[in-house]
Ligand binder design. Structure first.
Ligand SMILES: C[S@@+](CC[C@H](N)C(=O)[O-])C[C@H]1O[C@@H](n2cnc3c(N)ncnc32)[C@H](O)[C@@H]1O
Length: 287
């Protein structure tokens, strides 16, 4: 909902901007689709126009025709990264879709005890589209607290990936304004953040369990897992059914037996053939 609102507002601003004709829109949308699977259908044209006008100004280009020519003729490798950074929606927040974190908080103690019984100490989680980091840090907070409450120590690693280099830089910095940390309890803020000059910075101890990496989820993955928990939230909505289907199959392959998959509030595995047990809305378990 928040995402749709943000996009509509930007689309309205597009009224004052340069025209984006069919040919250029089709060229840009197929480039983006090929590179990262994002499906820029006709309904996104105003959004593309509004967001890219700023990039045109930065490059001193007069029109979308010039921009497409620049991409075709010069093919600067960094431009595709900037194009995606400009077009992708990075909206996120700490403990977004709280029911997922409540679920983790309930399940993790059992999972940790089961692992201990089996003589395993390895716990792996993956945030597949981590944006500016709020999602993997929220996961880390829940895991750290579960370890404290159960007293079961384990080797925890959270892999946090995104296609956007600028978002990953922000995520790695782990530095957030007062407004952005408003959904974190005072006790957790006190325990896991340092406060200075109006900014909250994640403690090095918590950061240490997260590895931030640039990754295009529709490209090759240089790891196999297995992961106990995968968050793949609010990215699949931008993909078409075919891309979603393939991605869900690959995620299934790299989950542990009984591993959990969390998807975003407007995503579901309905219509995608898969081998998951439905646990609660947007929470699935590998069969
Ligand atoms: C709306 S944010 C979701 C952030 C977080 N998962 C959440 O739910 O709050 C979507 C993120 O998906 C990333 N993204 C889009 N296409 C991607 C791709 N092909 N591979 C990896 N990340 C991608 C974007 O860069 C953006 O940061």
């Amino acid at each position: 909902m928040e995402q749709e609102y943000q996009e509509k507002q930007e689309g309205r601003l597009g009224t004052f901007l340069k025209p984006l004709a069919d040919r250029e829109f089709q060229y840009l949308s197929s480039l983006v689709y090929q590179y990262c699977g994002i499906n820029l259908h006709e309904g996104k044209r105003e959004l593309v126009r509004a967001r890219l006008c700023k990039r045109l100004r930065e490059l001193n280009l007069d029109s979308f025709v010039d921009y497409c020519r620049y991409l075709q003729e010069k093919n600067p490798p960094e431009e595709i990264t900037l194009l995606l950074d400009t077009l992708s929606t990075n909206l996120t927040s700490f403990f977004r879709e709280k029911q997922h974190f409540d679920f983790l908080q309930r399940e993790l103690p059992n999972l940790l005890r089961q692992k201990k019984t089996k003589g395993s100490s390895r716990l792996r989680l993956w945030s597949t589209a981590c944006s500016s980091g709020e999602e993997p840090y929220s996961m880390a907070l829940v895991v750290a607290e579960a370890i404290v409450s159960t007293g079961v120590h384990c080797d925890v690693k959270i892999l946090a990936t995104d296609i956007s280099s600028s978002m990953l830089r922000r995520a790695e910095a782990g530095c957030y304004s007062q407004e952005r940390v408003k959904d974190i309890s005072p006790a957790l803020k006190f325990k896991y953040f340092q406060y200075e000059d109006g900014q909250y910075t994640v403690n090095p101890e918590l950061k240490k369990i997260i590895a931030f990496r640039k990754l295009n989820v529709i490209g090759p993955w240089p790891f196999q897992g297995p992961f106990d928990v995968i968050f793949c939230r609010n990215m699949m909505i931008y993909f078409d059914k075919e891309t979603q289907l393939e991605l869900v199959g690959r995620l299934h392959q790299c989950l542990t037996e009984d591993g959990y998959l969390f998807v975003g509030h407007s995503e579901s595995l309905i219509g995608i053939s898969h081998a998951f047990r439905h646990i609660q809305p947007t929470v699935y378990q590998r069969i």
